[in-house]
Design a protein around this ligand. Structure first.
Ligand SMILES: Cc1ncc(COP(=O)(O)O)c(C=O)c1O
Length: 382
């Protein structure tokens, strides 16, 4: 395959390059150690040992009470489906969620609504933040699960998830809390204790692991209706032959990301802050969607009034710079972001917004280079 001519990758929120540690750890399971971990012979036992070792390592990193509290899935979307639909379908109860969730949560909630479950979607303030008191007042006697993300994939805005959990539990002791921590894990220490959640979604490809694999933390005492029915793997919570290479790669990337977090935070913060300072200086009309304090350190989200997002992105691509508008997690159609509309932006402002997201391969100097490229394009388009 011919190499892609991108020199500056600023779309880590969409996906990240594979970490070399993850690739090396996966290699044996793509070749000689190809076994199905559900069998009894030696080839299977080798795969089973890697799977259970991965489960223990993931559980330790998350501060889970038991390795079996980790369910391996086919990615963030599947984990969100299981984390939201699982408790609702098992108990018959409803869902409380927020207007800025990823589609994997919102569409699952909508599906549950079509099945007759109660679904409440709470709004956000102008910075995209959910009010814990509003969640608490939406929780009713039939609420099975509250699902609010740890941080948003488009804006990077972080939610007060521990306060949301506490307020929801006060409103209804025993209500389950699900959080999608897909974007946060790479830069924030993410443990079950610090989140105060019962169910936590992670997606491997957002922190340097392979695509198509994820996990859901779910305590063993929580009754879930599976979303994939079949052979009963993962103690009946997720059927399907395990993606052993993917799981080994994901867990290795989790460990590498956790080990790399301090370095990541230092480099990415310099890159992101330099980018915003240089861009503001050269194009003072730029509007950052939220203050930096609200965001994960790797996200920048802005618009330049009068400059269309898609046109800017195409120009940037021409310079070998990869950035995004809205959410790149869905199938390519240029839709106006539901997240930005929920924050009160009008269609025009939402349609001019751009996301620049740094990641584990970013270096401090990338902020300067990113700003130079954006400024060059903005000046041409003004
Ligand atoms: C916050 C969030 N949740 C869920 C997903 C879906 O994860 P996956 O691509 O692994 O299905 C994504 C991105 O793709 C995301 O950014």
């Amino acid at each position: 395959m011919a190499p892609v001519n991108t020199t500056l990758y600023l779309d880590h929120a969409a996906t990240t390059p594979l970490r070399p540690e993850a690739r090396d750890a996966m290699a044996p399971f793509l070749e000689a150690a190809f076994g199905n971990p559900s069998g009894i012979h030696a080839v299977s036992r080798e795969a089973k040992a890697a799977l259970e070792d991965g489960r223990e390592r993931a559980a330790a990193l998350l501060g889970a009470a038991h390795p079996l509290d980790v369910v391996f899935t086919g990615g963030g979307t599947e984990s969100d489906n299981l984390g939201v639909a699982g408790p609702s379908l098992a108990s018959g109860g409803g869902v409380v969620t927020s207007a800025v969730e990823h589609e994997a949560v919102l569409e699952t909630a909508a599906f549950l609504g079509r099945l007759g479950k109660s679904v409440t979607v709470v709004g956000v303030d102008a910075n995209g933040v959910v009010d814990p008191a509003e969640v608490a007042s939406a929780v009713g006697p039939d609420t099975a699960v509250v699902s609010v993300m740890t941080a948003n994939n488009e804006t990077g805005v972080r939610q007060p998830i521990a306060a949301i959990s506490a307020a929801a539990r006060e409103a209804r002791p025993g209500v389950l809390i699900h959080t999608d921590a897909v974007q946060a894990f790479v830069s924030e220490e993410t443990t079950i204790g610090s989140l105060g959640a019962d169910l936590v979604t992670l997606a491997s490809h957002k922190f340097g692991g392979p695509k198509g694999v994820g996990l859901l933390h779910v305590r063993r005492d929580i009754h879930l209706e599976p979303v994939l029915h079949g052979g009963g793997q993962e103690i009946g919570r997720r059927s399907g032959t395990h993606n052993v290479a993917g799981i080994v790669g994901m867990v290795t990337a989790m460990e590498a990301a956790a080990k790399d977090r301090d370095r990541f935070r230092t480099d990415v913060l310099v890159a992101r802050d330099t980018f915003e300072a240089r861009l503001s200086a050269a194009a003072p009309e730029v509007i950052f969607t939220t203050p930096v304090e609200q965001r994960l350190i790797q996200h920048s989200h802005f618009r330049v009034p009068g400059v269309d997002a898609e046109t800017l992105l195409i120009r940037l691509d021409g310079l070998g710079v990869a950035a995004a508008a809205g959410s790149a997690c869905h199938s390519g159609a240029a839709e106006v972001s539901h997240v930005l509309l929920a924050m009160g932006l009008d269609q025009k402002a939402a349609g001019s917004s751009i996301r620049v997201s740094f990641g584990w391969t970013s270096r401090p100097g990338d902020g300067e280079a990113a700003a130079a490229a954006v400024v060059e394009c903005v000046e041409a388009l003004r």
